[in-house]
Design a protein around this ligand. Structure first.
Ligand SMILES: Nc1ncnc2c1ncn2[C@@H]1O[C@H](COP(=O)(O)OP(=O)(O)OP(=O)(O)O)[C@@H](O)[C@H]1O
Length: 283
């Protein structure tokens, strides 16, 4: 999939890290959410970011993609300062979940095909190769038989798989997934874990925000735990059930949505919002 590995499967020594945060600080209304955080994610690594609600996990993902600006510090993506990084087709971003509220009846195939937008220089008809990539992505998440269905008719777990297929369709080598397991039933979690294991085996970089490792425990190579915008653990998995299980921790999932208080109900898709989430800010 990528040129990140040598023939014997080891990361190539000259391959720059997929992401580097150097003293990265993000503040909302003057309140620091990432506190001079430094982190290096080697190309080809499968890494989990864990931590309590509000510890800055999503903010770190968004900062790495340029969706939220740093107040100080620097982010490098595949060795290039974020402000100069243009190779967005290498990056597949899976946001937390589909957003409720919209009424556009987009099909599963349409949503997945939208993941190829970053590959095209300007709007053009999809090529045969593009269509094959959509078919392969749907097959990878076991949703080929739902391709023509409206995405809003799918369960929350199936919609999460649609988001992953959308990221796959762009054929990136670097994935950033924000809580792909949230609100997903056990069967779909296992299917997702298998998809992510395949990405790892292909040499992709996979960075996941997780509530707990769960079925991904075998897949994750490194766990970073955040607390109050700082790294408090970096290494092997913290505990079998995750750092979030420690006494006093209250982690609420999935995130309540005023338009969709039942996390297991299939929310109505809002594709325009999804596409907006897909495209990182570029300055
Ligand atoms: N756009 C925003 N404006 C103001 N504050 C924000 C914004 N986004 C996040 N925050 C605040 O920043 C802090 C970190 O939020 P973030 O979503 O990064 O944490 P998280 O670890 O991902 O939490 P969760 O597990 O609940 O998703 C929280 O206190 C949150 O309320």
């Amino acid at each position: 999939m990528s040129a990140q590995f040598t023939e014997d499967g080891a990361p190539s020594p000259e391959t720059p890290p997929a992401f580097q945060a150097i003293d990265a600080r993000v503040a909302y209304d003057g309140v620091p959410v990432l506190d001079d955080l430094s982190l290096e994610i080697p190309a080809g690594q499968t890494m989990a970011v864990l931590g309590p609600n509000g510890s800055g996990k999503s903010t770190l993902m968004r900062a790495m993609l340029g969706i939220v600006p740093l107040s100080s510090g620097e982010i490098l993506v595949h060795g290039t300062p974020l402000r100069r990084f243009r190779d967005w087709k290498r990056i597949g971003y899976v946001p937390q979940r589909l957003t409720a509220g919209g009424a556009v009846p987009a099909t599963v195939r349409e949503i997945v095909a939208s993941g190829q937008v970053a590959r095209r220089r300007r709007l053009s008809w999809p090529t045969r190769e593009d269509r094959a990539a959509v078919d392969e992505s749907l097959a990878a998440v076991d949703l080929s038989d739902r391709a023509g269905d409206a995405v809003r008719e799918l369960s929350g777990g199936q919609q999460q798989r649609v988001l992953i297929a959308r990221a796959l369709a762009g054929r990136p080598d670097t994935f950033v997934m924000d809580e792909p397991m949230a609100g997903v039933d056990a069967e779909n979690q296992r299917a997702l874990a298998e998809s992510i294991a395949r990405l790892r085996d292909q040499g992709s970089t996979v960075v996941l925000v997780l509530h707990e490792l769960g079925p991904l425990e075998e897949v994750i190579e490194r766990s970073v735990v955040l607390d109050h915008g700082r790294i408090v653990h970096d290494g092997a998995a913290p505990e079998a059930t995750g750092e979030c299980a420690r006494p006093g921790h209250e982690h609420q999932h999935p995130h309540p949505d005023p338009n969709d208080p039942d996390p297991h109900a299939a929310p109505t898709a809002a594709p325009s919002e999804m596409i907006r989430l897909e495209v990182p800010r570029r300055d």
